[in-house]
Design a protein around this ligand. Structure first.
Ligand code: ADP
Length: 485
């Protein structure tokens, strides 16, 4: 795999500042490991404040020319970037699998999904319309202009090493912003490969910069800079809150995509097959490591036994292994700390009365692998109910009435995704409207798409990504009054 990547020219191991590949100024590096094997894939620069200051300056000077290109000019370059990503989809997918762990087929899926943000926003660039407002006096004309906010600092997580970047950089570049991206230190290689393709496509030097290393130092430098006008972040709620607080001193615009605690509600009237498949897809995608994974599965008492049996059977058939092995559908967790967290959550649940229906242990493959697990008799005292497990553990809870299900589903500070399974149309509307969540899947477990808005209620975040709404996060509104006509 490594040889293939070396030959592709996409195995980049330096940061990108002002169109140049650079090392950390003090020469420090950090290793990137394959979570499935523990092997070191590469070393990348361990950067901090100084490199970030330079990246911000490059982005700031690139802004004046990039933002003045016509929308069509930017659109054509971005379209080329999209085409290059697609023509290198297998190399990119290989990189995703070896640094993040997900099965190769899922990595190909992420490349397609990630690329779709570049394609969609390259088109959307041409449709950033302003307004003309009827004036209140005859000698005036009133206009609304939409202009790019400026330099954007984007901080992204490891679970979707490509898509979490394109989802931010796509709309930012489309409307004329430039960016300093800090990918996760666990998965910088995909970001660097995507940046190499951006350069090949003609994204100008400085419009897209990549720094990585000391996350708090890089984050603080972005926050303190008055040149950075916007912070966009996907990751944990704890870090999101820090970035929100840190944005206050320079009053930056912010978009945050934070943790979820997704309820999945299976009603007695659900189609059992649809409910089992949808819940499985939602819960076990990326081995449970997405912020929209079902985290609490509420099952109505009339269907509980049937659902629990059918669901556990499907879970037992999930093939666990290295994502490069054909047939694998469950890869490793990102690292041993993630595995220990899962272990702690399961122990906490069983010590408070939960039953292990299937799984419940480290997988025989060792280290970062955990058995796909279903827990029964879960209650609201347990960690698996209160927090995101971010692993392959499905907690089942029994409920009696619709009201009770809604109350429990909303009993959390998170509000990202929710899922319901029912064949009743009136119920699907009633429950959807009552759920305090930004995304609702009705009889579907996988609902993310570039054309629909993604984002959370409550402490799951601020702003929306994707869709026509996604681009507004990167635009300022300017009101112009033309007077004394
Ligand atoms: P996850 O659990 O998904 O790793 P994190 O919030 O820890 O969530 O990480 C998401 C991104 O935030 C990563 O790129 C990480 O390096 C970065 N990060 C972590 N701590 C800070 C910080 N104090 N300031 C800025 N970025 C940070």
């Amino acid at each position: 795999a490594i040889d293939r990547l070396k030959n592709s020219g996409l195995l980049k191991t330096q940061g990108l500042v002002g169109g140049k590949w650079i090392n950390a100024y003090d020469g420090k590096t950090i290793q990137v490991q394959n979570p499935a094997t523990g092997d070191v894939i590469a070393s990348v620069p361990y950067m901090g404040q100084n490199e970030t200051i330079d990246a911000i300056s490059s982005a700031y000077s690139a802004f004046s020319s990039w933002s003045k290109l016509t929308a069509n000019g930017r659109s054509k370059i971005m379209r080329k970037w999209y085409d290059l990503i697609i023509s290198h989809k297998e190399d990119l997918a290989l990189l995703i699998t070896i640094e993040q762990g997900k099965p190769f087929q899922d990595s190909l899926g992420e490349v397609a999904y990630g690329a779709s943000f570049i394609e969609f926003f390259s088109e959307e660039a041409k449709r950033i319309y302003g307004d003309i407002i009827p004036p209140t006096t005859a000698d005036r004309r009133l206009f609304v202009l939409k202009q790019p906010v400026g330099v954007v600092g984007a901080i992204t997580p490891w679970n979707f090493p490509l898509a979490m970047i394109t989802r931010k950089v796509g709309p930012a570049l489309a409307c004329g912003c430039t960016a300093v991206v800090k990918p996760s230190e666990y998965t910088p290689l995909t970001a660097l490969a995507a940046a190499e393709l951006a350069l090949q496509a003609g994204i100008p030097p400085g419009a897209l910069n990549i720094v990585m290393g000391n996350a708090p130092a890089i984050g603080d430098t972005l926050l303190e800079s008055t040149k950075v006008r916007k912070i966009t972040f996907t990751g944990s709620t704890a870090v999101g809150k820090k970035l929100m607080a840190g944005s206050a001193s320079t009053v930056k615009k912010i978009s945050l995509e934070l943790g979820g605690n997704a309820p999945c509600i299976v009603f007695d009237d659900a189609d059992l097959d649809v409910a089992v498949k949808g819940t499985l897809a939602s819960k076990f995608r990326n081995s449970g490591q997405t912020c929209v994974c079902a985290n609490r599965i509420f099952v109505q008492e009339g269907i509980y036994e049937k659902f629990a049996n059918a669901f556990a059977q499907s879970v037992q058939s999930l093939q666990v292994g290295n994502g490069l092995i054909e047939g694998t559908v469950q890869g490793p967790l990102i690292n041993e700390a993630a595995l220990e967290k899962v272990e702690t959550f399961v122990k906490d649940a069983t010590s408070k009365g939960a039953d292990v229906i299937t799984g419940g242990r480290r997988h025989s493959l060792g280290k970062t692998f955990y058995e796909p697990t279903v827990l029964g008799n879960v209650n609201n005292e347990m960690l698996v109910y209160r927090e995101e497990v971010f692993g392959p553990v499905a907690p089942l809870l029994r409920f009696r009435t619709e009201e009770e299900a809604i109350q429990m589903a909303n009993d959390t500070n998170a509000g990202l995704a929710a899922y319901i399974f029912t064949t009743s149309i009136p119920r699907s509307w009633r429950v959807t409207e009552a759920l305090e969540y930004g995304l609702v899947g009705v009889n579907e477990g996988l609902i993310s798409t570039v054309v629909a808005p993604f984002g959370g209620f409550k402490q799951s975040g601020i702003g929306r990504e994707g869709s026509q709404y996604g681009i507004h996060e990167y635009l300022e509104i300017k009101y112009v009054c033309l007077g004394n006509l």
